[in-house]
Design a protein around this ligand. Structure first.
Ligand code: FE2
Ligand code: FE2
Ligand code: FE2
Length: 423
């Protein structure tokens, strides 16, 4: 057994990071939680039924955990788990594969994700490497098993077992290879296979599976690469938030440097910026895109995102600081923010800077209920937030003194502020 919880010195354990990020992806289902994890467990079982080598099982497990990383829209997710052949299906395979292919160690995982809705009898499948195509077919089958199970939600999974086995059996030779279906039928006899999918068993089953997986230590730099990848997933959720995380990260790191924070802290601050809104994946699209003030229930759905982010990042012990800062990006300084209701002295400088970067960037973006703010109005707003005890005054002074650079970091556009008086 490999000990996935003890990577060497400063190495990052990619399995652990992937698991945390799958927590984020699982939020997209809103009420359909843990989809990625159930698919990973179902797929790993089939892989063992096929007698695949451990390396293949590990790649498959990771691909299954991350298979829906091309989906950040709650609407799209509903179609995908609800329909066998939805018209929009190929897009999320391509988007997910493209994202994962940007990260070297996940190349094969990316290829599996690209093919994870390709029927076994489709010509496209034959163009792929046969071993990888087979792994993708396993993910496809596992995904459909979970979709069938979701139609029988609330029922004892042991009662769903036979109907699901029959439904999958009917798709052998067309959607799925006969060999993969046979392996599934073999492992699907066992009660434990189904019971481990129940919400209170999933986490432990996943940790067991992770402990068996091939260790994937990576240098600390991979963390930033993975954070960039996931910032894309979050920012793709709505056209209104395009590039939000990436730009918050850039501005937060700039503010860190301007504050004289050590380089290592600035790097972590950038990662916190990239990942601060991971929890937003759970907010239904209709709420994020509502062109009017939110009602109480809608605000509650939005407000929880900071805590969700904190929980996801807390899974990675080496990211304790990042989890803390990212989780606090909506804290005020007088116990008026959320979700922890901290007081000023309980909020470290990097978290304060991140909060400023978040507000700044949001103000310069279009929102469904307002236009982007011009530079002078951005400063006015930031100052009002300082007066109200919501943002840190020292940090906002830094913004004032370096406004052009901050504007460029937040918008990606050069300023042209010849006539702007910022002080
Ligand atoms: Fe899926
Ligand atoms: Fe946020
Ligand atoms: Fe944000």
């Amino acid at each position: 057994m490999h000990d996935a919880s003890a990577p060497a010195a400063d190495a990052i354990d990619l399995n652990q990071v992937a698991l945390a990020l799958s927590d984020a992806l699982d939020l997209v289902g809103v009420e359909v939680v843990q989809h990625g994890k159930r698919v990973a467990l179902l797929a790993a079982g089939v892989a063992r039924g096929l007698g695949l080598p451990e390396d293949d099982v590990s790649d498959l497990f990771l691909a299954a955990l991350l298979h829906d990383c091309g989906v950040s829209s709650t609407r799209v997710h509903q179609h995908l788990v609800g329909e066998l052949d939805w018209d929009g299906t190929p897009e999320h395979c391509d988007v997910g594969a493209r994202l994962l292919s940007t990260f070297g160690p996940f190349r094969r995982v990316s290829e599996i994700v690209r093919l994870h809705h390709t029927r076994w009898d489709a010509p496209a499948r034959t163009a792929a490497d046969p071993a990888t195509a087979r792994l993708a077919n396993v993910v496809f089958l596992a995904d459909r098993v979970d979709a069938f199970l979701l139609t029988r939600r609330g029922e004892d999974p042991l009662l769903a077992r036979e109907p699901v086995r029959r439904s999958i059996g009917e798709l052998g030779g067309t959607y799925f290879s006969e060999e993969v279906v046979d392996a599934f039928q073999k492992v699907a006899v066992a009660e434990a296979y189904w019971l481990s999918l129940e919400p209170h068993h999933v986490e432990r089953a996943i940790l067991r599976e992770c402990a068996r997986a091939r260790p994937r230590p990576g240098p600390p730099a991979v963390l930033r690469q993975l954070a960039v990848l996931f910032a894309h997933v979050v920012d793709a959720k709505s056209p209104f938030t395009a590039e939000h995380s990436a730009r918050v990260a850039r501005l937060a790191a700039l503010l860190g440097r301007l504050s004289g924070l050590p380089a290592e802290t600035c790097e972590k601050l950038e990662v916190a910026g990239l990942l601060h809104d991971l929890g937003k994946l759970r907010v239904p699209d209709e709420i994020l895109e509502k062109p009017a003030p939110l009602d109480e229930a809608e605000f509650a759905a939005v407000e929880r995102h900071a805590f969700e982010t904190y929980q996801i990042l807390s899974r990675i012990p080496s990211l304790a600081d990042v989890a803390e800062w990212a989780g606090m990006h909506h804290e005020g300084l007088r116990s008026t923010g959320y979700p922890f209701r901290r007081l000023a002295e309980e909020i470290p400088v990097p978290a304060r800077l991140l909060a400023i970067a978040d507000v700044f960037q949001a103000l310069v973006q279009r929102r469904p209920y307002r236009d982007p703010l011009p530079p002078a109005d951005v400063l006015g707003q930031l100052r009002r937030f300082v007066e109200a005890g919501q943002l840190d005054g020292e940090g906002v002074k830094l913004v004032e003194a370096n406004f052009v650079a901050c504007w460029e970091a937040a918008t990606g556009r050069a300023g042209g502020f010849a006539t702007l008086r910022v002080m």
